[in-house]
Design a protein around this ligand. Structure first.
Ligand code: UGY
Ligand code: MN
Length: 248
């Protein structure tokens, strides 16, 4: 029997687990015929926003980026994206990166299409151009082993240049694969599990995690993960990168 007073979700000072059992839908102006779940945002103490959008028939997302750049990734289904006059059909595993100051429209989805978004206020770096719009496909991105461990593979979806102040990567762990050490770092993460399960250690607490769960990790939240079960565990994650570390 399910007990409705239980959840795996937690929201703490420096990390959060958001499992789908606690979702309440948000209405977002310009995003119509869809359900939107705001998973991570500033109210939590984060410096990024992460949402999950499920498009109904005739679902349409219309808007323009302002000070924040926007990354859309198709978790499931298919839709049509037009950004700054360029149009492409996006299927599962495909994405579009929208820099600041661009108009976008997402439409003609297959009903049930699920989109992940990451939003970050862009910090321009003197001497470097603002990035262009990028359409891409995770299936075409190499996944070299991570720190020499063949059980771990890391795909880097956005160009590794100083123009970018955010990274979006896909991390794949074979069953039994684990981070080689407890990470303690300035960068912040938002992520969602695309497949599999395992155990995440966050700030010395241990959490069972599975497909559909999202995690926020504040800067310096200590982190370690091991994959369990019969299939690889896969998550797509955000990381802020490439900017001067202090204002003092
Ligand atoms: O890029 C990273 O910091 C990554 N290894 N962290 C993580 O997966 N928790
Ligand atoms: Mn990390």
């Amino acid at each position: 029997m399910e007990i409705s007073a239980l959840t795996r979700s937690v929201v703490k000072r420096n990390h959060a687990i958001i499992s789908p059992d606690g979702y309440i839908n948000s209405r977002v102006p310009g995003w119509d015929n869809c359900t939107v779940n705001v998973i991570i945002n500033e109210q939590m103490g984060a410096n990024l926003c992460q949402t999950l959008i499920t498009l109904n028939e005739n679902g349409t997302l219309t808007g323009a980026t302002n000070v924040a750049q926007l990354f859309f990734y198709v978790i499931d289904g298919q839709c049509h994206a037009t950004v700054d006059g360029e149009s492409q059909t996006l299927s599962k595993g495909q994405f579009v990166y929208i820099p600041v100051g661009k108009e976008y429209r997402i439409e003609n989805p297959t009903p049930g299409t699920q989109l992940l978004t990451f939003h970050k206020v862009y910090e321009k770096l003197a001497g470097y151009d603002v990035p262009s719009v990028i359409f891409g496909d995770a299936a075409k991105v190499d996944g070299p082993t991570y720190l020499g461990d063949p059980a771990l593979r890391l795909q880097v979806l956005l160009p590794d240049t100083l123009s970018f102040d955010m990274a979006v990567n896909i991390f794949t762990y074979d069953p039994g694969g684990h981070l080689p050490f407890v990470e303690t770092h300035i960068m912040e993460h938002g992520l969602i599990y695309l497949q599999g399960q395992g155990v995440y250690m966050l700030d010395k607490d241990w959490y069972p995690i599975k497909k559909g769960d999202s995690i926020w990790m504040a800067p310096y939240c200590q982190q370690w993960f091991t994959a369990m079960g019969k299939e690889p565990a896969v998550y797509i994650y955000y990381k802020n990168v490439n900017r001067f570390p202090t204002s003092v």
